[in-house]
Write a protein that binds this ligand. Structure first.
Ligand code: FES
Ligand SMILES: [Fe+2]
Length: 388
């Protein structure tokens, strides 16, 4: 008999699902698709074509023409339709073939797959549903007031392809307080999650790590940062809105960070994030945009570190948790609702669940670590005769 403490813990992991989550997925900034050209998007294990015609509507269709399989993303937008490069069949945003210039009539079955779309607050969303249903009225993406407010900047937007990881890895971050210290150079002092319905929220208060310089704090007359408050919620499986307030000695700076992704296939996804910032009185557009860019670049550094972790880590269905970890299992139960048929969504997946992590012990340990890092750096620079 082996004592429990002598047993080797085994990592368990099923293969990543080949089904893709039901819900709204952001494909990026709408304007990038509204240039009158077809765009190829690899998503949900397929090739899609995204195009916008004369009416300005953004349409998403299966990328392959139902005639002889031509690649519509290599075609041309004509009027409100996408014309296939192979024999010029014209497909409308509703998925129906509208015209075949050389034919007397369009065959009855000339219909391809089209995805419901939503253009809102400058972003393009597509509704993915393996069961083929339309999006329910009450499952939507909340409006973001700052996105259409003149007193806020436009989106500073970032796109990156993550190969070798399933998108569950990024969703896990919602509950993962400790990684914010180690990966994102922040210092969480308060951390709570609430899951309910199709929403999963993370409430976090924190400061920067004093042993790591943050770019938005650098510069000769940068005001001293007093910390930040973040309320970040996934609305559905893949689109997170983070209301992020930076507290400075001379007042707050409000920003909204979007963190969203869509799956390419079960082992790769596109991660996108965007920032808008409220312009403070006296701040001109250039300054505000510069601030948004600095914030975005800092967030990029954080994500790059996430990516290094994801690419090399194992998929794990049975994480071994300590008391100071967040509710990974409950989060994954919430996330599971997007991977089963609507009729198989259970109350357990959608019932309200709240959990606050006691940050006392982590904060003690991290304060010590930060102080040690600063002391070590000071010692090193005084050894070299450098001013500290
Ligand atoms: S394959 Fe598309 S028109 Fe023939
Ligand atoms: Fe992260």
């Amino acid at each position: 008999m082996t004592a429990v403490e002598d047993e080797v813990r085994r990592i368990e992991a099923d293969a990543a699902p080949t089904r893709f989550a039901r819900g709204w997925h952001c494909l990026g900034l709408a304007k990038d698709f509204q240039d009158g050209k077809p765009h190829q998007v690899l998503a949900f294990g397929q090739k899609l074509v995204v195009f916008s015609g004369e009416d300005g509507e953004v349409n998403v269709l299966d990328g392959y023409c139902r005639h002889m399989g031509g690649d519509l993303s290599q075609g041309t937008v004509k009027g409100n339709n996408i014309a296939c490069p192979f024999h010029d069949w014209r497909w409308g945003g509703d998925g129906r073939c509208k015209e075949i210039p050389y034919a007397r009539r369009v065959p009855m079955r000339a219909r391809t797959a089209s995805w419901p779309t939503l253009v809102q607050d400058g972003m393009l969303f597509v509704w993915n549903d393996p069961q083929g249903n339309q999006p329910p009225e009450d499952v939507t993406i909340p409006r973001i007031a700052g996105a259409t407010d003149e007193n806020w900047t436009d989106w500073t937007w970032y796109t990156t392809v993550i190969e070798g990881a399933n998108c569950r890895e990024i969703v896990d971050n919602v509950v993962d307080m400790a990684h914010f210290f180690y990966i994102h150079y922040s210092f969480p002092t308060y951390f709570k999650n609430i899951f309910e319905g199709t929403t999963a929220t993370q409430f976090m208060e924190g400061t920067g790590r004093e042993d790591v310089a943050r770019p938005q704090n650098t510069g000769s007359n940068a005001p001293k940062s007093l910390g930040n408050s973040s309320v970040a919620a996934y609305h559905g499986p893949s689109f997170m809105i983070d209301d992020l307030t930076y507290h400075y000695e001379d007042g707050d700076i409000q920003s909204v960070l979007i963190n969203c992704h869509y799956p390419i296939d079960s082992n790769s996804f596109v991660l996108q994030y965007g920032v808008i910032v409220e312009k403070k009185p006296g701040m001109d557009d250039a300054e505000a945009n510069e601030l948004a860019r600095k914030m975005g670049d800092f967030i990029r550094l954080g994500f790059e570190q996430d990516v290094t972790i994801w690419k090399n880590k194992a998929r794990i269905d049975n994480p071994l948790l300590c008391e100071e970890d967040g509710p990974v299992y409950q989060l994954r139960r919430w996330y599971e609702q997007f991977y089963v048929d609507v009729d198989d969504v259970t109350d357990e997946m959608t019932d309200r669940f709240e959990f606050e992590i006691d940050t006392d012990r982590p904060n003690e340990a991290w304060k010590r670590e930060v102080a040690e890092n600063i002391a070590a750096r000071e010692a090193a620079s005084s050894d070299q005769g450098q001013p500290v």
